[in-house]
Design a protein around this ligand. Structure first.
Ligand SMILES: O=c1[nH]c(=O)c2[nH]c(=O)[nH]c2[nH]1
Length: 318
């Protein structure tokens, strides 16, 4: 049952040394997707660099609980209110003496809810980290100044159950990628509804939404960097020569495959890739020579798929 959703902002750092629920969950070895919390991976152990970290995150929480009576009887007994949920986000943030990844923050928060409230059987937490970067002035990193450009958001979704099962997915939204050549689309079915000509030369552009599931705890910041790097590398190809893409579909598969190769703790990668169009443009007195394109907001297709390791079940949104 979906009880409610609270929004909170800002874990200005992260890393909780002694937050309630920070200890290892009971029975945490029973399933490969559970996340035991070995002592060496406790946040606050000083292994995270604060450089480049984000000064504000958006947090959503959702509790599944034994609260049917609230809906059917109008009784709010034992209900963890959304106000409490919101304040708990701030409380956990306040505990953070050291920076930590969004995933670690979300794990602490989700486990806090299921450990604290007996009626709550599952807690889900989503974190969106805006692309704040520490400002550089005169080649020097600013001590406490940040700037933000672009719209790419780092995301994570964590669910924790009262039985001690934790699921972690991470991802990115609004990852804008474009290459000016080495892309084509040909050999597809043509019938009377088809206007698109075959081409071996076009711009390929997308605004990628990606999410991948972890099967084991990871160094989440490093894993995120590796995952993001893999997505870029497979989309763009080597810097000097690129790689030819016969379709968004094929590129998507290469991106998912490389991510699984580079992030051994991930077993399932969901990718949504709108095929953003740039149309060839012939100026009045000159012919088109793969040079001038017009960015359009025309309707476009969106390709999506989940690439998994072996026969594992693809993940879906938590
Ligand atoms: O790479 C592409 N995949 C498609 O499915 C598609 N459909 C379309 O009109 N253009 C493209 N391009």
């Amino acid at each position: 049952m979906r009880l409610g959703q609270a929004h909170g902002v800002g874990h200005a750092g992260g890393g909780v040394a002694d937050a309630p629920g920070a200890g290892p969950p009971p029975g945490s070895n029973a399933d490969a997707r559970q996340h035991p919390w070995p002592d060496s991976r406790k946040p606050g152990s000083g292994q995270h660099s604060w450089q480049g970290a984000a000064p504000s995150d958006a947090v959503d929480t959702l509790l599944e609980s034994d609260m049917a009576h609230a809906f059917t009887e109008g009784s709010n007994a034992d209900m963890t209110s959304t106000d409490t949920q919101k304040n708990t986000v701030y409380y956990i943030a306040k505990q953070c003496s050291q920076p930590c990844s969004p995933e670690e923050f979300a794990i602490l928060l989700a486990r806090h809810f299921v450990h604290t409230y007996p009626k709550v059987s599952k807690a889900k937490v989503w974190v969106e980290q805006a692309p704040w970067k520490r400002a550089t002035l005169g080649g020097q990193l600013h001590k406490h100044g940040f700037s933000m450009s672009g719209s790419e958001v780092r995301t994570c979704a964590v669910s924790a159950t009262a039985e001690g099962r934790t699921t972690v997915t991470a991802g990115a939204q609004g990852l804008r990628l474009l290459k000016t050549t080495q892309s084509g689309y040909e050999g597809f079915l043509h019938d009377r509804f088809t206007l698109l000509p075959d081409t071996r030369e076009r711009i390929m552009a997308s605004c990628v939404t990606a999410s991948w599931r972890y099967t084991a705890p990871a160094a989440y910041d490093a894993a995120f960097a590796a995952a993001r790097g893999a997505l870029l590398e497979a989309f763009l190809g080597p810097p000097a020569c690129g790689v030819y893409s016969p379709s968004v579909q094929h590129t998507l598969f290469q991106m998912g495959r490389l991510l699984l190769e580079r992030v051994p703790q991930a077993d399932s990668v969901f990718l949504n890739m709108p095929n953003l169009h740039f149309l060839p443009c012939s100026p009045v007195t000159a012919k088109f020579e793969d040079d001038v394109y017009v960015a359009t907001s025309e309707p476009h297709g969106s390709i999506e798929a989940t690439v998994t390791r072996g026969e594992v079940q693809p993940h879906c949104k938590l």
